[in-house]
Design a protein around this ligand. Structure first.
Ligand code: HEM
Length: 414
């Protein structure tokens, strides 16, 4: 892929574009652009035992956790079964990244997850294969062995980490990289993206992003609203596996979605958008504001509002995405810790919906609640029309991963 043209882009757009392209030349361009940026070094002894312990080192906005700005999901198919020597090398490479970068959004956060295909190599079969989860999708499935989620506010950190693991650069943030996993990589795939206020609005020139109805300049996501409120997210404890060989780890599901933003912005009014994303009551009572600025640490879904989802489908002919997904809460507690981000992979707008949960079954249950086939059967709401945001989404890819605790992160053998 060719590098983005610095001459016609703002600095922020350029840096996002470089992450999307990836590779050694994107990294070189990024280092040049960010030559004035100093990224704090890290200390492996200060890194927590859970790979998914990110919340404490992300920044905050009132009571909500603010996600890191740049993301890469690097999926790797191994060329052969890993040996103990490979495990040591991979662990050493990951520990070097921890020395090079502070464990924070200003440095680098990462988590290595493994697929059912990987676990077949080591004779463990407790992680389910990904499957289609609705009647109206035919996604591709992850076909690799492991997937590394890299996240940082600095594009150079995610790019350098990726390139160093692949053996393309020998130094990261001034620290010598003395091992990598290049010889183990059979094939690879990368999913990339970004999240943050104003970042989607800069994509008005991406095919599929309408320019007639501009995305709100404060919105962190393409569909124009804030998301990930504290009270609608599972805690890191809630998603942590409690028993078995991977106690202390978690599971990850990645659902990659293309979004029909033209239809969303050009056919629907703000009232409809709020009703379809949150609930009819949110729209009727103006609870959300233009992009979610009226909400603080909660999406304002009371237990009563969640319980009346079917009633809303019957009375108003529309149900909210968040409202119906919240039906899957257990004892009032959300099951998923969402760490999703926008993407323009394939030069079209979308979302890599990444969520952590204790077990993949929990994701499947929440996804069923979001799909809301029961609502369509019992009301005027269609299987996709007015049924939350289903009408605008096409699921392209799914993957299931087990994210071991940090001490088992390098090619685990349970
Ligand atoms: C383009 C795709 C999507 C967009 C734009 C989107 C957006 C949103 C927004 C704006 C909210 C309300 C704010 C909040 O509570 O954080 C929300 C809540 C939620 N979404 Fe999504 N979402 C998408 C896909 C998904 C998918 C694939 C799932 C998988 C099941 C999902 C599950 C949830 C859950 C569980 C909640 C919180 C419900 C609760 O309060 O308990 N979303 N989403």
């Amino acid at each position: 892929m060719t590098l983005p043209d610095r001459g016609v882009l703002s600095r922020r757009e350029y840096l996002k574009g470089l992450v999307a392209v990836g590779g050694a030349s994107a990294l070189a361009a990024c280092l040049e652009e960010e030559s004035n940026v100093e990224i704090p070094a890290g200390d492996p002894d200060a890194v927590p035992a859970r790979q998914h312990a990110w919340n404490g080192v992300l920044s905050g906005d009132n009571e909500n956790v603010v996600p890191a700005r740049h993301h890469v999901l690097l999926s790797v198919s191994l060329a052969r079964d890993p040996t103990d020597e490979d495990r040591e090398r991979f662990e050493n490479a990951l520990a070097t990244l921890e020395r090079a970068y502070e464990w924070s959004h200003e440095g680098l956060l990462f988590a290595v997850g493994y697929t059912p295909q990987y676990f077949e190599r080591v004779g463990w079969d407790s992680l389910p294969e990904p499957t289609a989860l609705t009647d109206f999708e035919s996604p591709e499935f992850e076909s690799g062995d492991c997937q590394i989620h890299l996240a940082s506010d600095h594009s150079q950190a995610v790019l350098a980490a990726e390139e160093s693991l692949l053996g393309e650069v020998e130094e990261v943030n001034g620290v010598e990289m003395d091992s990598d996993i290049a010889d183990l990589v059979g094939s690879r795939e990368r999913l990339t993206g970004f999240v943050g206020p104003g970042l989607p609005a800069e994509h008005q020139d991406t095919p599929g992003v309408p320019d007639s109805e501009p995305i709100h300049e404060e919105a962190p996501f393409f569909m124009g609203f804030r998301s990930g409120f504290e009270e609608s997210q599972a805690t890191e404890d809630r998603v942590t596996i409690e028993e078995g060989p991977f106690a202390g780890g978690t599971t990850r599901h990645v659902e990659s979605i293309a979004i029909d933003l033209r239809q969303w912005y050009e056919q629907d009014s703000q009232f409809q958008r709020v009703a379809k994303l949150f609930s009819h009551q949110h729209a009727a009572e103006g609870l959300v504001g233009e992009y979610g600025e009226k909400l603080d640490d909660s999406n304002a879904l009371s237990a009563e509002r969640i319980a009346s989802t079917l009633e809303d489908a019957r009375d108003h002919g529309v149900v909210g995405h968040a409202q119906k997904a919240a039906r899957a809460r257990e004892d009032g507690e959300p099951l998923l810790l969402r760490r999703d981000f926008n993407t323009t992979d394939g030069d079209r707008p979308g979302l890599h919906f990444l969520s952590l949960q204790r077990e993949i079954d929990e994701f499947v249950r929440v996804r069923e609640a979001m799909t809301g086939a029961d609502l369509a059967a019992d009301s005027a709401v269609g299987s996709i029309t007015n049924n939350g945001i289903l009408q605008y989404l096409t699921v392209r890819r799914r993957g299931n991963y087990l994210v071991p605790p940090r001490e088992l992160r390098a090619f685990p053998d349970p």
